[in-house]
Design a protein around this ligand. Structure first.
Ligand SMILES: [Ca+2]
Ligand SMILES: [Ca+2]
Ligand SMILES: [Ca+2]
Length: 405
């Protein structure tokens, strides 16, 4: 028998550095027909870590009856949604990518269970990261990190993907063996997994790619001598692709559903030397330009004529702008999608074709079969026309000569 309150007070704003949230009436059955919303706001510069202690909701394949939704920010924005959960499988630990996180709880008019209980705490460093991409940095970065720091980040992406970690800045106390201050990487969720590297000093660690869908990053400092620390980007495979086929398609993460907020995704097209790349965007639907600056300040797709963001910018688009097709100067193109903390749209789809200069310098023949056939027909046709004209001309000459005699 479920409790049936008509006016249940639930939800609220929590700003203490740690606390607990549970469904109304927990551990008794939750009421029917309720909607609760909790907003957790901790000190700027830190993040929120959620850990579920109990989870028991009515089950539905799509969680259409009773559910909780967890957001990396405010709940009004679907781009912040980290997940929707129901049934009795507890959500994993989550860390927000900034200092705001929210939980909403909904129950319908039939069937109730005991609900949930979840703890949160403010994290100065470390956490469990599940976004498609994100930034991790030493505590207080770019100011010097504290002594005796002990941070660990568990990065967990979708099952079919891998994690790439790219260091943007790195400066730690240096010593041989890196026993004082160090960053250590593991190919899995714990230190018992394969060791990918241990780094200190001022040299940036190389790009690291896991073999599984999890990466563990540890940062430790000893009792004295610090440094600026480090800043690194991580990407899940859906958000970091290297394309080397002669033609292909790609799209923003989750397309045709809305893309996540707060991501920075890279697609690099690298073809063999001698190729050039033609790129099209059949669909583009991002947040609009900033009406004050008239720039793509919020969400944007940028294309660079090479493999890095220091190469020439071919263009930057947002809203529903339709870029013309683009042609690279060389055999590489980089496409970067950046989104801000709110308002997400469907995203984009892109197609590309690699082409090589043929003997006819003005014609680029593509290795895409249909286009290649078309291309060669044009060449063949022009050769045939020239032959026929020559033949007709020679026949005419021959006739003329015969008439003379
Ligand atoms: Ca229910
Ligand atoms: Ca130290
Ligand atoms: Ca946005």
């Amino acid at each position: 028998m479920a409790v049936n309150h008509v006016d249940v007070k639930c939800g609220g704003i929590l700003s203490a550095p740690s606390g607990n949230i549970s469904s109304p009436n927990f551990p008794g059955l939750y009421p029917y027909n309720i909607d609760c919303s909790w907003l957790i706001v901790v000190a700027e510069g830190s993040s929120v870590l959620l850990t579920f202690h109990h989870f028991e909701l009515e089950y539905h394949t799509n969680c259409a009856y009773d559910y909780i939704k967890i957001y990396n920010g405010i709940p009004e924005d679907d781009g912040n949604l980290l997940g929707t959960f129901c049934g009795d499988i507890s959500p994993p630990q989550f860390t927000s990518s900034w200092n705001v996180m929210s939980i909403i709880f909904h129950s319908d008019r039939h069937v109730a269970y005991r609900g949930f209980s979840v703890g949160y705490r403010k994290d100065m460093c470390g956490g469990v990261l599940t976004g498609l991409s994100g930034i991790i940095s030493s505590p207080g970065y770019p100011q010097d990190y504290s002594n005796n720091a002990d941070c660990s980040w568990a990065i967990h992406v979708s099952n079919t993907s891998v994690v790439t970690l790219v260091f943007l800045d790195f400066q730690l106390e240096n010593n041989e063996g890196c026993n004082f201050d160090f960053v250590a990487l593991f190919d899995g969720p714990t230190v018992t997994h394969r060791h990918l590297g241990k780094y200190c000093g001022a040299e940036k660690p190389p790009h690291t790619v896991t073999t599984s869908n999890q990466l563990l990053v540890l940062f430790k400092s000893d009792f004295n001598i610090g440094g600026r620390g480090f800043k690194a980007y991580y990407f899940s495979g859906e958000c970091q692709q290297v394309l080397s086929a002669v033609s292909g398609n790609f799209s923003s993460p989750h397309f045709p559903n809305i893309y996540p907020n707060n991501i920075n995704c890279h697609w690099t097209i690298t073809l063999a030397a001698g190729y050039r790349i033609k790129l099209f965007f059949p669909i583009m639907d991002l947040e609009d330009r900033n009406s004050l600056s008239d720039e793509c300040d919020y969400d944007s797709v940028a294309v660079y004529d090479g493999d890095s963001q220091t190469d020439a910018l071919l263009g930057c688009w947002c809203g529903r702008e339709e870029p013309h097709s683009l042609l690279s100067k060389g055999n590489k193109l980089l496409v970067v999608l950046s989104t801000d903390r709110n308002e997400a749209h469907r995203g984009f789809t892109a197609s590309y074709l690699g082409g090589k200069y043929s003997l006819y310098r003005h014609l680029i023949c593509f290795e895409n079969e249909a286009l290649n056939i078309f291309c060669h027909i044009i060449i063949l046709k022009s050769v045939l026309i020239i032959l026929i004209v020559c033949m007709l001309y020679s026949l005419k000459c021959l006739k003329w000569h015969l008439r003379l005699y």
